[in-house]
Structure formats: structure tokens, C-alpha cells
Design a protein around this ligand. Structure first.
Ligand SMILES: [Ca+2]
Length: 474
């Protein structure tokens, strides 16, 4: 029945097509008080991993309901297809290359003991909200530098509990020697090589505590899962219930946590004044049961599967129920949009790339994407450009795709639409001058350096010995 209704709705839209964001409800336009803000950020969760995005193997009832009660975005992008640069762009509202995160130090992402990290001079979501009286808390994976200067506790978060980088960066990682994975409380290591099975449960308990403790003032909670990054360790009940192995169990655990957080808000009567944003840092690597739906490619690529994310936003009474937004939006838009909601300020001397998308979230008349162009960088190389329905690969091309009719990027139309190619090439030239392009040896005139320290150390020692093996070191 629901499928039939959806079909009818699509048919009706076919007859009256001009509005990209659609819903049957209308909303008020401006928040009456400072809203609580929760960002739930997943690791490597793909475009096709939630039931409300078409998954037929993972059960995600809480996220599906969240989408029914809010807005689901179909063209929401991360500005990178791997962890550290994606997270830098979420925090700073900039393309990674602009803030020195196009490439890590030794590899694409930061590794334990690297001497670079998020520049403390950048404005970030927690810093902006803290300046507006928010209690700011973070749980889970950071991955923007493990030196003291770069840690969450020193970059706008009043409290932090989690892991400073990816959950695979431990003594068992092949190819790169890593010290034991630290668990941190604020800026102190409180555990090494943790059992990861119960860890998300600890994050969830602490998230609930944080919400309870913060209920009388505006708060910002950044819940950054290490799921579904490999290796995947999940509690047995989720494993037992999964139709898609450990991967499905991790997706369903993410879903469960989301439901628990929403229930906590309802218990406290603050549900109506809380904006929740759910999304992911990059696409699935398509192993272990992950899916990017009909999108081509995945993690570590500039195909849509690498950078187009599932994204759901829910804010009762403000964001219309059951809405779908198909305009180009990005993780970089979150900071400027929140700034507008809370009356905060950004740094005038620092260019950012994100835009205020509140008119899309509230479905104001005639609202459209503020992004004439979105650019796809892979490390420091400019790969592709999107404007409206068109995506042009310039690196191997030109190769032109019509994403509206060819979401899977199968049919090159560059010979048929030379004027579109020329228009997008011009955008590429502009971004190349602004942000640079390693492929062409262009530095970029508006890039800023990452933070840097001279005497970088790992948080845990390389010569650490697992408790099980102590006494047998020789
Ligand atoms: Ca990731």
C-alpha cells in the first residue's frame, strides 16, 4: 500500500514537477529559542544501507521513522570520500584542501602520532555553539589529529569520550605499525586496546547522561560512531538478529542508538526543540555487506558512491514531516546553517565553502540549492565538478554524466553537450585557481595550513604489551 501511495505521489509530482523539495506539510520559519543540536555521524555508512534509502537487508525502523518525521536528502554530499578530510569539512565548513586536509601526512588520512591536525585557528561547529552558551559534548571517533592541540577537548568540546582515530588503527593493523588504540576521556587516555564490543553501548549511556545533564541549557551533542568501519565488533543480540552479518548488526545498532536518543529527548520533553542531523563521513567500501544503492563506486573514489551520503534531519514543528530534498547540499552547510539558527558568528577573515540551507530545510517557497557548483577532490587533485544535474569528470575526461537520468554514472554525454562541458570546465578552472589542483601543479590562492606541532608523540606507547601476554614478552 505504501509503495502504491509512493508511486501515486511520484505520478502526481510528474504532473506538477517544479518544486525539488516536496512535502504535504507546511512549517513555521524561524526557531523561537536556541535549539538543541545533535549530529549523529557514521563511519563508512553507504547510500544504500538504510531501509529508507532502499536497503532490503538491514532493518532500520528508527531511522525510517526519523525520515518520516523529518526530511530525507537525496543529494547530500560529503566533501571527501575518506575519514579525516571528510571530518575536517564537517567541522570547518570548508573543502578539505582549503584547511590543509586534502592529504593526511603519511597517507590519505591521519595516523597515530602524525604531527598535523585540525588548525586551532579554524572556526568549528562546537566552538561556534560554545560561544553561544551551548554545552558541547562529543562521543566516539574524532580523527582530526591526536596531538593535544588537536583533540576535541581542546577544540570546543566541554566533554569528550571516545577514540581519537579509526577503530582499526591498533596493534593488529596490517601494513602500518600502530600503537594500541586509545580510549580517551577528555584529553586523557583511560584505556588501551579496548574490547570494542561494548564500547558503543558506553557511548550511548554517556550520550543519555549528557542529554539529561544538559536539559536546562542548549546543548550540542556530536555522536560519532566507529560503525560500520572495519573491523566490526557488535554485541551478540544484534549479531543474532541481523540478516546481513556483522555489517547489518552494526547498522541496526546505529539505528537502535538513534531510537534511544530520540526516546530520551521525548522523556525530557525537549524533543520539539531539538534538531537531529544523521549522516555519514564517506560511502561504503562495498565489502562485508555494505551498499551504496544504485550509485557507482565507493569509499576512496569520487564516484557518487564515495561522496553522496544518506542524510536525515528531524526537528518537530520546524522541518516538515515526510519531506524529501533533492537539491545539492553538503556536510559543509551544517556550520553556517547552525550559525544562522543560533545567532552566532563566523570568522570574517576566513573563506568557507558551506552555505545556509535553512530555506531548504524549512521548504520555503522557491528554495533551491545555494550551490551553483560542487567540486569533487580526491586528495589534492580536482577530479570532477557538479552543477545542477550535470557532473563532469575532468581528470580522465572530459566525461559528462546526467545524474538526474543516470544516477549510476554509466553514459558519457560529453560529445552531445559541448556547451555544458565548457560551462563546467570554467567552474573547474575557477576552483583550481581558488583551491589548487595537484594534477596541474596549481597551489590554490585561498588555502590555509593545517595545525602543526614539532614534537609529535603517540598517545599510547609502541612497546605496550597486551595484558593477556604480559609475563610472556620474551
Ligand atoms: Ca570513514
Amino acid at each position: 500500500m505504501k509503495a502504491l501511495l509512493n508511486t501515486l505521489f511520484v505520478l502526481i509530482l510528474g504532473i506538477f514537477p517544479p518544486v525539488e523539495c516536496y512535502s504535504q506539510a507546511t512549517v513555521q520559519k524561524a526557531p523561537k529559542q536556541k535549539p538543541n543540536i545533535i549530529i549523529i555521524f557514521c563511519d563508512d555508512l553507504g547510500y544504500g544501507d538504510l531501509a529508507c534509502y532502499g536497503s532490503e537487508v538491514n532493518n532500520t525502523p528508527n531511522l525510517d521513522q526519523m525520515a518520516e518525521e523529518g526530511m530525507r536528502f537525496t543529494d547530500f554530499y560529503s566533501a571527501a570520500s575518506v575519514c579525516s578530510p571528510s571530518r575536517a569539512s564537517l567541522m570547518t565548513a570548508c573543502y578539505p584542501k582549503r584547511v590543509g586536509f586534502g592529504f593526511g601526512q603519511r597517507r590519505w588520512v591521519l595516523f597515530p602520532g602524525d604531527s598535523v591536525g585540525l588548525n586551532p585557528e579554524e572556526m568549528t561547529i562546537p566552538k561556534m555553539l560554545k560561544s553561544q552558551g551551548y554545552n558541547t559534548g562529543m562521543l566516539g571517533k574524532w580523527h582530526l589529529g591526536d596531538q593535544p592541540e588537536f583533540l576535541p577537548a581542546n577544540n570546543g568540546f566541554d566533554s569528550y569520550f571516545g577514540i581519537p582515530y579509526s577503530n582499526d588503527m591498533d596493534i593488529y593493523l596490517q601494513n602500518v605499525k600502530c600503537p594500541p588504540l586509545p580510549v580517551m576521556h577528555n584529553d586523557k587516555v583511560v584505556d588501551s586496546e579496548p574490547n570494542q564490543v561494548p564500547l558503543t553501548g558506553v557511548f550511548l549511556d554517556k550520550a543519555k547522561d549528557f542529554i539529561y545533564e544538559s536539559k536546562d541549557q542548549p546543548f550540542f551533542l556530536y555522536f560519532s560512531h566507529f560503525y560500520v568501519h572495519t573491523p566490526i565488533y557488535v554485541p551478540f543480540p544484534f549479531l543474532k538478529a541481523s540478516n546481513n552479518g556483522p555489517y547489518g548488526a552494526a547498522v541496526e545498532y546505529i539505528d537502535y542508538c538513534t531510537g534511544e536518543i530520540i526516546n530520551t529527548l521525548k522523556e525530557l520533553g525537549i524533543d520539539d526543540n531539538t534538531l537531529i542531523i544523521f549522516t555519514s563521513d564517506n560511502g561504503s567500501n562495498l565489502q562485508n555487506g555494505g551498499s551504496n544503492g544504485n550509485l557507482r563506486g565507493g569509499k576512496g573514489s569520487t564516484w557518487e558512491g564515495g561522496m553522496r551520503m544518506p542524510c536525515i534531519m528531524r526537528w518537530p514543528g520546524m522541518i516538515p514531516e515526510g519531506a524529501v530534498c533533492s537539491e545539492i547540499t553538503t556536510t559543509m552547510d551544517i556550520l553556517p546553517t547552525l550559525t544562522q539558527f543560533v545567532g552566532g558568528t563566523l570568522l570574517e577573515d576566513k573563506i568557507i565553502d558551506g552555505k545556509d540551507i535553512s530555506s531548504l530545510m524549512f521548504m520555503e517557497d522557491g528554495a533551491e540549492s545555494p550551490h551553483e557548483v560542487f567540486v569533487y577532490y580526491l586528495t589534492n587533485k580536482l577530479n570532477a565538478v557538479r552543477s545542477g544535474r550535470w557532473k563532469l569528470f575532468i581528470e580522465k575526461g572530459p566525461i559528462l554524466y546526467d545524474l538526474e537520468n543516470d544516477i549510476a554514472e554509466t553514459t558519457d554525454l560529453h560529445e552531445k553537450y559541448p556547451e555544458v562541458v565548457a560551462r563546467l570546465m570554467k567552474y573547474a578552472d575557477e576552483y583550481r585557481e581558488d583551491l589548487g589542483d595537484e594534477l596541474q601543479g596549481v597551489e590554490g590562492k585561498n588555502c590555509r595550513p593545517p595545525g602543526h606541532v614539532n614534537d609529535a608523540k603517540t598517545l599510547t606507547p609502541y612497546d605496550w604489551v597486551h595484558p593477556y601476554l604480559r609475563g610472556n614478552e620474551k
